[in-house]
Write a protein that binds this ligand. Structure first.
Ligand SMILES: Cc1ncc(COP(=O)(O)O)c(C=O)c1O
Length: 405
């Protein structure tokens, strides 16, 4: 058969075909699970050449595996990067980028609101290794420019942030950086393609917790990092495989490859339902505020319209009014969450099932109260990941839960 040229192909065509060819052994259409720790060499000479890299081939699955490679090639095509490395978790991706690209004496600017464990790794762990860290509201480009020092080597942020949903203008940050040797790294977990393409906006590296939308079925923990071939090689050799062994398993890669083929369909549905849920919550008299980039009332809506392709993620956060039925915001939130019948009380997001959680005590429990307060995470904030259930059923469940107040 003729080789398929994907350079001008649409999103789902790439998501289905990139990285996947019928398997050379038996022509299997689905990429097989190469569940092996090691690969046999034809001879000593063959093994030496593969270790030296003078002939291509796999040697040991910690350093590379055909199923995992198919996933990496597919993700590079989906995010529009030169190369990708898959990791054993989203945190493996965050840690690997740091270990792979930074060294003692460097300075990092980190968004002032990030996922709890990312906050710990960047703000608490990096300084132990002589890396300076400055938390900045990266939504404020003047603040980003003012925080840059001669030794700044990385600007790392989430957009939308977890769980406050605030946005950063990715192209704006890239413009502030200009020609400086500073890597712009975006955690795109909350807005996967086709919602947002950080590399096309000027970022150098995009990473994901694949655990969420990319796998999309709630049955895998994994991560990916996409960027230039040089950056990925450095991250892979130092941060992921050779040193730290934070690699993705072949079985997980197989499941993710399967999930990615329906990414566009799933993400569209998540986003469309989330907008409807956000509008419903905004109209409820019990709700103080809804944090969702697709709402016109959201402070960063203009940035959302600029860089989020008309889809605005499947996650929203909200806060109830204080004093409802004599309850504090926290007590009212607890009452509503406990009354939900369809959404499960669970962390994670981007699953088929709707999931609801309390960031202050769950995803961000390991962040100090002071930092939580600076992120805006109050006791009243509830995060809701809108699932793939019928939109009317999701809204009906929220309606009955709010009616119990
Ligand atoms: C924005 C964000 N980044 C990274 C992670 C870490 O991903 P994982 O749980 O796959 O390690 C999470 C997990 O919730 C997240 O929400």
């Amino acid at each position: 058969m003729e080789e398929l040229d994907l350079s001008n192909a649409g999103f789902t065509t790439r998501a289905i075909h990139a990285g996947q060819e019928p398997d050379p052994a038996y022509g299997a259409l689905a990429t097989p699970i190469y569940q092996t720790s090691t690969f046999c060499f034809d001879s000593m000479e063959d093994g030496i050449a593969k270790f030296e890299g003078t002939i291509p081939g796999y040697v040991y699955s910690r350093g590379g595996n055909p199923t995992v490679r198919a996933l990496e090639l597919k993700m590079a095509a989906i995010e529009g990067g030169e190369d990708c490395v898959a990791t054993g978790s989203g945190m493996g991706a965050v840690g690997s980028v740091m270990i792979g690209l930074l060294q003692a004496g460097d300075h990092v600017i980190v968004g002032d609101c990030v996922y709890g464990c990312s906050n710990v790794v960047i703000r608490d762990v990096l300084p132990k290794f002589g890396i300076e860290v400055t938390p900045v509201n990266t939504g404020d480009l003047d603040a980003v420019a003012a925080a840059i020092k001669p030794n700044t080597k990385m600007i790392y942020f989430e957009t939308p942030t977890n769980p406050m949903m605030r946005l950063t203008d990715i192209a704006g940050v890239a413009q502030v950086v200009g020609e400086r040797d500073i890597k712009v790294v975006v955690d795109n977990t909350f807005a996967p393609p086709p919602v947002q393409y950080p590399l096309a906006c000027g970022a150098d590296i995009v990473l994901h917790s694949v655990t969420k939308y990319l796998n999309g079925h709630g049955d895998v923990i994994a991560g990916v990092i996409v960027g230039s071939a040089d950056d990925i090689a450095q991250i892979k050799n130092i941060g992921v495989t050779k040193t730290c062994g934070c690699f993705c398993s072949p079985f997980d890669a197989f499941l993710i490859i399967r999930g990615l083929q329906t990414l566009e369909l799933r993400v569209r549905r998540h986003c469309e339902s989330a907008l409807a849920v956000a509008r419903f919550l905004e109209s409820s008299p019990a709700i103080e505020r809804v944090l969702y980039p697709g709402l016109e009332s959201f402070p960063d809506h203009a940035i959302a319209k600029k860089q989020m392709n008309g889809l605005y993620t499947g996650i929203l956060s909200f806060e109830l009014k204080d004093g409802l039925g004599g309850r504090s915001r926290f007590e009212a939130g607890k009452q509503v969450v406990n009354a939900m019948k369809l959404a499960h009380v669970a962390v994670s997001l981007g699953d088929p099932a709707s999931l609801v959680q309390h960031p202050a005590s769950m995803t961000h429990h390991n962040v100090s109260n002071e930092v939580k307060a600076s992120m805006g995470i109050t006791d009243g904030i509830i995060r809701y990941s809108v699932g793939l259930e019928d939109t009317d059923d999701i809204i009906a469940d929220l309606k009955q839960a709010l009616a119990t107040l």
